[in-house]
Structure formats: structure tokens, C-alpha cells
Write a protein that binds this ligand. Structure first.
Ligand SMILES: [Zn+2]
Length: 337
């Protein structure tokens, strides 16, 4: 009989291990723990056993029952907690999400432009936002009576017009030339300021990236190749480009670069003013007077320079059609990028 009881205990242990639900646990209780259960049946049987082994059987049976009850309680608590947790979950509540921050679209554009030029061997240089008239105009070959010097275009810091908020990133070219000898291969990103009315196409404060390459025998062909290589990586292989002759005081010859309109693909639409083209950059060969101002001998060295408006490029990439949206900090706009 003692062997039977030990077998019963092993059987209970096995069955306990297989209980995976409240229902199975209930079956277990009905089988072993109720008055008509199997353990109680052995207590009945014990009454007919010989008096000398009764205490041994009793001890064995008690241990078996305590074991079954203990295991039963553990499982009962486990299933009870599981049910409670289930009740706590309201499946109709919206989930909690963490919103990852992103770079501002203008900064993303700046980063991408910088990365492309860096891979072509350009370093990054910076200059002050508050410039003097010499670096912003004179050294860049602006004539003393050039209209850009007028109050209409420039924010002057002092009434004597000596200090001003730089109107372009080009003065950094002069500062770079003055501080190092060729070969020079740098891009110069930064904020610029113009006294302009604010509308869907222009702001009084925006960003440019200037590029400067100076060495012996630098040619216009190299300028075109560099701009094209950059533009294909920035706008895709399928984009078409054209160079138009233009005029800037600090380059000679000068050109403006157009890209085929991203919206209509060149057939003409509202964004491209029905021309099929959008202007993305100004560029040219550095004027000998500018090289001289930077302390570089134009008889030995030549170079090219280019400039992009970062907001303009950002509008092209994002399809935003009002430049003011970039600075209103409306999260519904910014979270899209
Ligand atoms: Zn178009």
C-alpha cells in the first residue's frame, strides 16, 4: 500500500506539471482533493490495514495530501493574477508612443549638401554673421555705388554703415583666402540677412552654402563637372540641368544653374512659372580682383565659386510651396520630415 501511495504522489506531481488552465486545475481538484477524491479513498482503505503499519501509511498519505494542496494553491494564485491583469487592459485605449525628434528640414538639407561636398574633398569653413563692409562688399569687387549696399537690401548695425549683417556667405571666401594658401577646397554654410519683405518666396533671414576651389589651372569645365556631380547626387540621376550666363561682381564669367522642374518634369507649371526650370545655384570663376583681395596671385592661381540657397533647395525636395512654413515651427508640418 505504501508503494501505491508513493505512485499516487508521483502521478500527482506529473499531472500538476501539465496544468495550463483554470479548467484543468479544477479537474485536478475534483480528482484528488474533494471528499470523494482519490486521496480520501486511501484514507478509507487505511482503516482496514494492520494496526502496526497504519501510522506509516497515515504519515505517507498526509504528506501526499499536503503536497497536492500546496501545489494546487500555487497554481490557483497564478491563474488568479493572470485574470486580474487581463481585466486591467483596456484594449480601446490608444497606445503610448515615444516620438523621436528629427532634424529640421532646412538642417537636413544642409547636412546632405555638406556630406556630398565633403565626400568630394571639400572642408567646411565658417565666418561671422556680423561683417564689415570691406569683407561683405569691397573685397568681393562690389563697386562703391552698387545698389546692394543700399539700405533697401542690407541691415546695417551702425549708422556709419561699417558693420552689417552679412547679405551672403561670400565674405567667408575672403576670410578663407586670407588665412590659407591654395589649394583651397572649402564649403561655407551659414545664415544670411537681407532687408526684404517677407512673402511666400522670400525671407529676411535665410541660409546659403558657399563653395570655393582655388588651385593652379582650375577651369570652368571643372566647375560645371563639380556642380553636375553634386546635383545628380542631390536630385537624382534623371534630373536635367542647364547653365545660364549671369552676372555677379565677384565672378567672371558667371552663371546660374537651373534644374528641370521637380513637379512637372519640364512641361511647365505654377511652381516653375511655366518655364519648366527652377534656379538652384549661382556660380562662376573667381574674379581676379577677389583673388587679390584674398592675398592670392591671379597670375598663378585661378578658382571657381558657387552658392546655393538652402531654403530654396529644401522647398524643392519637400514640395512645400511657401517658404514661411519652414520657420513657423508648426509641428504638423515639421513632423512630416
Ligand atoms: Zn514645373
Amino acid at each position: 500500500m505504501i508503494d501505491e501511495i508513493r505512485n499516487l504522489r508521483n502521478q500527482i506531481a506529473t499531472e500538476i506539471g501539465e496544468i495550463t488552465s483554470k479548467e484543468l486545475l479544477d479537474n485536478f481538484r475534483m480528482k484528488y482533493l474533494v471528499k470523494k477524491g482519490e486521496i480520501q479513498a486511501y484514507f478509507e482503505k487505511m482503516k482496514t490495514a494492520a494496526p502496526d503499519i497504519k501510522p506509516i501509511i497515515g504519515k505517507e498519505l498526509n504528506e501526499c495530501r499536503q503536497f497536492a494542496e500546496r501545489e494546487f494553491k500555487v497554481l490557483q494564485e497564478k491563474f488568479a493574477t493572470a485574470t486580474e491583469t487581463k481585466v486591467d487592459i483596456d484594449m480601446t485605449l490608444p497606445g503610448r508612443r515615444n516620438f523621436n525628434g528629427t532634424f529640421h528640414p532646412v538642417l537636413q538639407t544642409l547636412e546632405d549638401i555638406t556630406e556630398i561636398f565633403r565626400s568630394m574633398g571639400f572642408t567646411v569653413a565658417e565666418g561671422p554673421d556680423i561683417e564689415d563692409g570691406y569683407h561683405n562688399f569691397d573685397a568681393l569687387n562690389f563697386a562703391p555705388d552698387h545698389p546692394a549696399r543700399d539700405m533697401q537690401d542690407t541691415f546695417f548695425v551702425k549708422s556709419d554703415r561699417e558693420l552689417l549683417l552679412r547679405t551672403h556667405t561670400s565674405p567667408v571666401q575672403i576670410r578663407v583666402m586670407q588665412s590659407q594658401q591654395p589649394p583651397i577646397r572649402s564649403i561655407m554654410p551659414g545664415r544670411v540677412y537681407r532687408n526684404e519683405s517677407i512673402n511666400s518666396r522670400s525671407l529676411a533671414e535665410f541660409h546659403q552654402v558657399e563653395g570655393l576651389y582655388i588651385d593652379k589651372n582650375v577651369s570652368l569645365a571643372e566647375l560645371k563637372a563639380t556642380i553636375m556631380a553634386f546635383a545628380k547626387r542631390m536630385y537624382g540621376e534623371k534630373s536635367k540641368f542647364r547653365f545660364r550666363p549671369s552676372y555677379f561682381p565677384f565672378t567672371e564669367p558667371s552663371a546660374e544653374v537651373d534644374i528641370s522642374c521637380y513637379l512637372c518634369g519640364g512641361t511647365g507649371c505654377r511652381i516653375c512659372k511655366h518655364s519648366g526650370w527652377l534656379e538652384i545655384a549661382g556660380c562662376g570663376m573667381v574674379h581676379p580682383n577677389v583673388l587679390r583681395a584674398g592675398g592670392i596671385d591671379p597670375e598663378i592661381y585661378s578658382g571657381y565659386a558657387f552658392g546655393f540657397g538652402i531654403e530654396r533647395v529644401t522647398l524643392l525636395r519637400t514640395g512645400i510651396d511657401d517658404i514661411r512654413l519652414l520657420y513657423e515651427n508648426d509641428l504638423r508640418v515639421l513632423r512630416q520630415f
